[in-house]
Write a protein that binds this ligand. Structure first.
Ligand SMILES: Cc1cc2nc3c(=O)[nH]c(=O)nc-3n(C[C@H](O)[C@H](O)[C@H](O)COP(=O)(O)O)c2cc1C
Length: 440
């Protein structure tokens, strides 16, 4: 039996994940709109044999961080679907995953877009299904308030079912293209959905043939009760945020247990927690790199982003005193609970908390030499905390280059990571089965 190997996603955030990383002298500060930069990033990730690039997205300018909006580097960026489509022409193996919202988009259009990306990229597309947690997004789609979370998740379930069914509209061999007989397609291999549900009425069929992966890979990132349940029912990759191995293990056991209850094999879903890595040849050098980043952090930005995450305005509170009691955050509960838990035993100050949050926004962080970082990743991977990681470089391009040049070889030496892509499609590399059409 071959040793299991971890899967790696690269979480693309134009200038990197440290909220002050864009200020670093070696950072590409215009990265959000610099296409050649994205090409370099994608090629470096492919050189490092990453499974996929993952681009998050929302339909708002992060107005929730209004008190420091002029300091946020990700207020404006490029629309990721167009970006990934363009990147597919510059890459050969790496998966291309981006976000589309089930709250603001329509299933027919989303199904078309991702089936097309799968065709254009030769089977490398994935869809990150989100319900859009930021209530300011609703302001850009009419005069109705943001729907409550429970309704958004109900909509997401139906939306995803419709999209997957549309992807099965045509059998793999439906297109004959027979020049002699003049018959282009086999009508018996075309399937009309005719869906009538609570939120959507969709006739079908899709006007895109079945794509190389059968269906693009379904990715999901909700952590609440409802989010975990939908992940267990439908997702094939789950992104998640944990600040300790204990909470990652509990999440992993819970979601995989729910899969068993739904009758799905556990290996058909890969759980990838976010991981911020600052790596250098020695621990001392890595610490110095990390300190240099933390020194760039402006308090207004730190407090504004923390306020957004906890759903409570902390801008008027003193920086060097403990946090006030926080109300329950009903919009995005999981990371808000994590931040509250940091205050439970010790009493860190507001400054200490935003500083901790700033480097990786609540994801686990490693600062160290390659062997130290690999030890931690190995422990998570081999003791039921994850199937791999979604890597968050603190800033580009240096953070990614360091990961690929210093840490990937160490993981490969330990047999924990591939030394060549296993297949051509994202599914093949992730070890996921090709879905059988519901009409087969
Ligand atoms: C790694 C990661 C990536 C995410 N990407 C997006 C995104 O691109 N767009 C978005 O609206 N929400 C994104 N989210 C938020 C989740 O989709 C979800 O709304 C959030 O975790 C709250 O869900 P919950 O209330 O079920 O915990 C992401 C979350 C994580 C952990």
């Amino acid at each position: 039996m071959t040793k299991p190997q971890m899967k790696l996603g690269l979480f693309v955030r134009p200038c990197g994940h440290h909220i002050a990383g864009w200020r670093h002298p070696d950072a590409q500060a215009d990265a959000g709109v610099n296409f050649p930069h994205f090409v370099d990033m994608a090629r470096t990730a492919e050189r490092g044999l990453f499974d996929m690039l993952f681009s998050a997205d929302s339909h708002t300018v992060w107005t929730a961080a209004e008190s420091a909006i002029e300091r946020v580097h990700y207020v404006a960026w490029m629309e990721p679907y167009t970006l990934l489509s363009a990147l597919s022409g510059f890459t050969k193996n790496i998966g291309l995953v981006c976000t589309a919202s089930t709250t603001f988009e329509q299933p027919y259009s989303v199904a078309r877009r991702f089936a097309t990306l799968d065709l254009v990229s030769g089977g490398r597309a994935g869809w990150n299904v989100v319900t859009s947690g930021n209530e300011t997004e609703a302001l850009n789609f009419g005069d109705q308030p943001h729907a409550p979370k429970i309704e958004r998740y109900r909509r997401a379930r139906e939306f995803t079912e419709v999209v997957r069914a549309l992807w099965d509209s045509w059998d793999d061999d439906a297109f004959l293209r027979d020049k002699t007989t003049g018959v282009f397609s086999d009508r018996s291999k075309m399937h009309v959905l005719d869906h009538h549900g609570e939120f959507y009425h969709v006739k079908g069929p899709l006007n895109v043939p079945r794509s190389p992966q059968g269906q693009p890979v379904i990715v999901q990132a909700g952590a609440s009760e409802e989010g975990r349940q939908i992940a267990a029912e439908t997702a094939e990759v789950v992104f998640t945020a944990h600040d300790s191995i204990g909470s990652a293990r509990a999440f992993y056991a819970d979601v995989k247990g729910r899969m068993t209850a739904c009758g799905r094999p556990r290996e058909n879903l890969k759980i990838l927690p976010g991981l911020s890595v600052v790596v250098a040849p020695t621990k001392e050098e890595a610490d110095a790199k990390f300190r240099a980043l933390q020194d760039l952090l402006h308090p207004d930005l730190g407090v504004a982003l923390l306020s957004r995450r906890v759903g409570f305005d902390l801008t008027k509170y003193p920086l060097d005193e403990p946090l006030p009691p926080l109300p329950e955050n009903v919009v995005v509960s999981s990371r808000s609970e994590m931040i509250t838990s940091w205050s439970q035993n010790a009493k860190p100050t507001l400054r200490e908390i935003y500083t901790r949050f700033a480097s990786s926004r609540g994801h686990f962080s490693i600062v160290g030499a390659p062997a130290q970082a690999a030890d931690i990743m190995e422990e998570w991977f081999t003791t039921g905390a994850c199937d791999g990681f979604n890597i968050l470089p603190p800033f580009y391009p240096v953070g990614l280059n360091d990961f690929v040049d210093l840490l990937v070889p160490e993981l490969q030496r330990r047999g924990l990571f591939r030394s060549a892509y296993e297949g051509r499609t994202l599914r093949e590399n992730l070890g996921l089965p090709k879905p059988v059409s519901r009409y087969a």
